[in-house]
Ligand binder design. Structure first.
Ligand SMILES: NC(=O)c1ccc[n+]([C@@H]2O[C@H](COP(=O)([O-])OP(=O)(O)OC[C@H]3O[C@@H](n4cnc5c(N)ncnc54)[C@H](OP(=O)(O)O)[C@@H]3O)[C@@H](O)[C@H]2O)c1
Length: 262
């Protein structure tokens, strides 16, 4: 059976979901936004037309734009439709305040790797028994790994898995800046760093079932060698604590957004 998915907002994340799912034969897509975007799916210029089209309605706007969208959405016919929201710091109760408790709401926290079916996505819903919610969970599983999570876990999850790609890339950027000494062209440097990160990921993937991360690090570390010297610096300067600080700051911001609605 053909299922119709409608995006309200068609920015970075909506495009990633579309890219990840566009080969699925049983899904049709369309979107509504205030202005038409470059896209190869139909554009609806009115929210009520998009909601009439869609079985599943994705709220793909920034958290601060969500209230305005929900104000408009509550006047549209939404009976029997599934609402999916990835908005950071906006819980299910927030959405129910506009659409009512009988509306099936699925809250998710994904990342942009949905485009490559490699997201890690948290899932919560107000109707766990509803099979339409189960279908969305299955769909998220196609876009990477999906996990059911209590909503009180979303702030930390957002910091680690939602914002995580930006933190990992910032770390790679430090390597890149250090490598400027070699005067290599930027694109070549990016390729080398990509090989480094893919090689590391593969090493992790191939061994993670049998070895802990500590063991994998130990395998690269010879006593008194270069890796040892770097890791000693890492430990004596408590770099790990600073990394933790990054995640704590992101989590705190998510908590603030949840409380203040900003
Ligand atoms: N990006 C990520 O990696 C990521 C990860 C996890 C969660 N999220 C969540 O995903 C949501 C979307 O993020 P994003 O990065 O995709 O944002 P984005 O790139 O800024 O896209 C937002 C879209 O919303 C549309 N929009 C804004 N106000 C609107 C309105 N009143 N009616 C209809 N459309 C409206 C915009 O188009 P117009 O201005 O033309 O209307 C634009 O297409 C956010 O809530 C964010 O918290 C994002």
């Amino acid at each position: 059976m053909q299922v119709k998915h409608g995006f309200i907002g068609f920015g970075n994340l909506a495009k990633a979901v579309y890219q990840g799912l566009k080969e699925e034969e049983e899904i049709e897509f369309a979107y509504f936004a205030r202005s038409r975007k470059e896209a190869d799916i139909p554009y609806y210029g009115r929210m009520e037309d998009l909601t009439a089209f869609a079985d599943v309605i994705w709220l793909m706007v920034k958290p601060q734009d969500l209230s305005a969208v929900l104000e408009q959405l509550k006047t549209c016919d939404r009976a029997g439709k599934t609402i999916v929201s990835p908005a950071a710091g906006r819980n299910i109760a927030f959405i129910e305040r506009y659409l009512g408790k009988e509306q099936l709401v699925v809250r998710i926290m994904p990342n942009l790797a949905m485009a490559y079916r490699k997201s890690v996505t948290a899932f919560a819903t107000n109707q766990p028994e509803n099979e339409n919610a189960t279908e969305i969970f299955g769909l998220l599983g196609k876009l990477g790994k999906a996990v059911q999570l209590e909503e009180n876990g979303f702030d930390l999850f957002t910091a680690v898995f939602g914002s995580g790609p930006a933190f990992i890339l910032s770390f790679i950027q430090i390597f890149k800046e250090k490598m400027q000494e070699f005067n290599l062209p930027g694109p070549l440097l990016d390729e080398l760093l990509l090989e480094l990160t893919q090689g590391t990921t593969l090493y992790f993937a191939q061994n993670q079932k049998k070895h802990s991360i500590e063991e994998l690090i130990r395998n690269i570390t010879s006593k008194g060698g270069t890796t040892q010297a770097g890791l000693d610096y890492f430990r004596t300067h408590e770099i790990g604590k600073h990394f933790e600080g990054i995640l704590d700051a992101a989590r705190k911001r998510s908590e603030e957004m949840s409380k203040n609605g900003d």
